[in-house]
Design a protein around this ligand. Structure first.
Ligand SMILES: Nc1ncnc2c1ncn2[C@@H]1O[C@H](COP(=O)(O)OP(=O)(O)OP(=O)(O)O)[C@@H](O)[C@H]1O
Ligand SMILES: [Mg+2]
Length: 317
């Protein structure tokens, strides 16, 4: 390409990038605060974790995003067709909802924090051999994931009594459970995601017995991993919810951790003070949700103001 054409090309890329950004919700935690090639530094970080990629690949991704197709708009995320077959772009919104969307608000910066936190946990799981849908983070609010057939269950793992378990069974919030308890809810907003038993799951064909064995094992591995990561930064993992997806590889199906792992889907309490650092801050009007999520991100070393850490990263600072 000769020079004037090249200059024109980069001008068009710049204009389209700016236009795409201008169409997105603005927040103090926007792309400008967070260089595309920022290495994650600070507390906990993983080997080979260099999110974002270089700015040229981001520009070309933004170009293709301008004409991509929306697949689904949920309460917290929007899904778009990805650049390759079998891929999806997850866009993390700032919307916060609770009580089956009866309570709703826009919390500036929440989507940015959940995007980076979910990336952090999915990468960590990948490194201990737990398969996930995560492929790469594209920018401040979007990540590329493998498209899955979502098992229509919310898998909840509880280490301490809280929320609906405390309400249903009259157990004080914060009571340590004798062992992790795994619960299943049928994913159906209209029904309020009701609690179901393995009998229901088998009878209605939502998952096979083999799937359920694999789901239980995945859920407990995720629990051990997350509990350890949070413990290292003074946070108690009270409970969390995951979703599992099926990916097909030839004739085989594989189960992977899908959706997101973030303070939206975990209950997190400061170990010393008991301060809540998760979506209960929003559910129960306990203060600033952004401050709570930022504190989690800061402790884990994934906030943008942490300097990149050179050398061989480890799980412990
Ligand atoms: N890798 C994936 N492939 C396909 N669908 C996915 C994948 N990861 C997550 N999803 C689905 O994308 C949607 C994410 O959007 P969001 O979390 O906003 O939904 P929601 O409003 O909470 O609804 P839901 O009750 O279905 O979670 C969810 O329905 C989730 O099951
Ligand atoms: Mg959801």
């Amino acid at each position: 390409m000769n020079r004037p054409i090249l200059v024109m090309y980069f001008k068009i890329c710049g204009f389209l990038g700016a236009w795409t950004r201008s169409k997105r919700p603005q927040s103090p935690l926007n792309d400008a605060d967070w260089p595309a090639n920022l290495a994650i530094g600070g507390g906990l970080h993983y080997e080979g974790h260099t999110p974002g990629g270089d700015s040229r690949s981001l520009t070309s991704e933004r170009l293709s995003m301008a004409r991509r197709k929306k697949i689904y708009e949920g309460k917290a995320k929007t899904l778009y067709e990805g650049p390759e077959p079998g891929t999806i772009v997850q866009y993390f919104k700032d919307d916060a909802t609770a009580f089956n969307a009866e309570k709703h608000d826009i919390i500036e910066g929440k989507g940015v924090l959940n995007n980076i936190l979910s990336e952090f946990f999915m990468l960590g799981l990948g490194q201990i051999g737990v398969p996930t849908h995560f492929l790469k983070r594209l920018n401040m609010r979007e990540q590329l994931v493998r498209s899955c057939e979502i098992v229509p269950l919310e898998i909840i793992v509880r280490n301490y009594a809280a929320g609906t378990l405390s309400k249903r069974l009259g157990i004080d919030e914060g009571t340590q459970l004798p062992r992790p308890i795994v619960e299943y809810c049928y994913k159906d907003d209209a029904l309020g995601d009701p609690l179901v038993s393995e009998e229901h799951i088998a009878a209605f064909g939502w998952a096979s017995q083999q799937d359920m064995d694999d789901i239980l094992s995945l859920a407990l591995r995720v629990n051990d991993f997350l509990s350890g990561v949070f413990l290292a930064v003074g946070i108690r993992l009270v409970d969390f919810k995951i979703e599992i997806g099926r990916v097909y590889e030839g004739d085989f199906q594989r189960l992977v951790v899908a959706d997101e792992i973030s303070p939206d889907s975990c209950r997190l309490w400061d170990i010393k003070t008991g301060e809540k650092l998760d979506k209960d801050v929003f559910r129960r009007d306990l203060g600033s949700l952004t401050d709570a999520y930022s504190e989690v991100a800061r402790r884990l070393g994934v906030m943008p103001n942490n300097p990149p850490t050179p050398g061989k990263p480890t799980l412990v600072n």
